[in-house]
Design a protein around this ligand. Structure first.
Ligand SMILES: O=C(O)CCC(=O)C(=O)O
Length: 367
């Protein structure tokens, strides 16, 4: 029996969808005459801790993302011990795949289905790099973080139909809380922040396979005062599903409590998480970095220097230039932030950003 037939899941999912629609935090990106997101959108994001932007990525661009990601999945390693794909080919990005060992009775043996996460897609998929330079997305980012925003981290979540692993309930932000666990981010978005995850979707989300968020949970850290996150086996009564269709983008404050249930539905969910910080929330912050690794699982203590942050910021103008070359008729985003290095895209830069031991993601910014 799957979860949708069992134990009140259907009622839970329906009630969650109803609550989600009542939040008024969903719709297309709308900008004012100065190029900033309309105030009602920003207010809804600051109030609820997330926002769904519909129809951001065009159908053609979604098709390119799907096609390139299919190739990445086809080249997944058979296992962590066997760096060959299922056709015996060398894995181009060995070490970048997180593979789940599935005990489910529906489990398929396909190495593709076992992939739960692919880290650092900007150096694997030119279509992903172009999305990273998308002018509407970057205008939205500047509206939330100010013009001198800087990168966070990127990865593709792959929740295969029937076998997709859950994502435990968690709040990502670990740095900018008071001793009592109050958010240093102010209700209007000012102050130090943990930035946001932007899930770019190229699949059809459903309550069964999508990310769920607890609205308003970004104001208080559950781990403060020796607190804990609830287990993902718990269906939180206030959580709502963040359902994304192909081309939609879901922005989630990294302080919000979020997670996803095991995907027992037939539909696979694929979302690429990209994200950005305020530069002033990053430089000088002392924290534990969990992202600057080939795949999740390691940690290091770090204080972010200006040099570290500005080197990583170079990926923004690189992506804008890659997009400008591919879409010569589109008005490119004019990045006002500082960065170190050349902000252009060519084959020399492709080698630079993927140089072993000095890959761009070695300066990912966990906050
Ligand atoms: O999409 C998911 O299931 C997890 C996303 C997430 O936890 C994150 O981006 O921090």
């Amino acid at each position: 029996m799957n979860r949708t037939e069992n134990n009140g899941w259907e009622e839970y999912a329906l009630a969650g969808q109803k609550r989600a629609l009542e939040l008024n935090n969903r719709g297309p990106m709308r900008f004012d005459q100065d190029g900033f997101l309309q105030k009602d959108i920003l207010d809804a994001y600051f109030r609820t801790g997330f926002y769904v932007f519909t129809g951001v990525i065009s159908e053609d661009e979604v098709a390119e993302l799907k096609e390139e990601f299919d190739r990445v999945l086809d080249n997944a390693p058979v296992s962590y011990d066997n760096p060959k794909d299922s056709r015996g080919r060398r894995v181009l990005f060995d070490g970048y795949y997180s593979i789940s060992k599935n005990e489910s009775p529906n489990s398929s043996d396909s190495p593709r289905n076992a992939v739960g996460l692919v880290s650092h897609p900007l150096m694997m998929m030119d279509s992903a790099l172009r999305v990273y330079g998308h002018p509407q997305i970057l205008r939205m980012v500047a509206s939330v973080n100010g013009h001198d925003f800087v990168p966070f981290h990127e990865a593709v979540f792959h929740k295969a139909g029937g076998v997709g692993p859950p994502t435990p309930w968690h709040q990502d932000g670990r740095t900018h809380w008071s001793d009592e666990g109050k958010s240093l981010e102010q209700p209007d978005g000012s102050g130090k922040t943990h930035g946001f995850n932007l899930s770019v979707s190229w699949s059809q989300g459903t309550p069964e396979n999508c990310l769920w968020v607890v609205p308003g949970s970004h104001r208080q850290w559950l781990l403060a005062n020796e607190g804990e996150f609830p287990p993902i086996t718990e269906r939180l009564p206030n959580a709502v599903p963040m359902v994304l269709g192909p081309g939609d983008c879901g922005m989630v404050n990294r302080s919000s409590l979020h997670g996803s249930y095991p995907n027992q539905s037939p539909g696979t969910r694929i979302t690429m998480v990209i994200g950005f910080h305020k530069r002033n929330s990053a430089i000088g912050s002392k924290t534990t970095n969990v992202h600057a690794f080939k795949r999740p699982g390691e940690i290091k203590d770090i204080t972010y220097t200006k040099d570290y942050v500005l080197h990583r910021a170079r990926m923004i103008p690189i992506a804008i230039d890659a997009r400008r070359q591919y879409y010569p008729h589109e008005v490119p985003y004019d990045y006002q932030g500082s960065y170190l290095g050349q902000g252009v895209w060519n084959e020399q830069v492709r080698s630079e950003i993927s140089e072993p031991g000095n890959e761009y993601w070695q300066r990912d910014i966990t906050l």
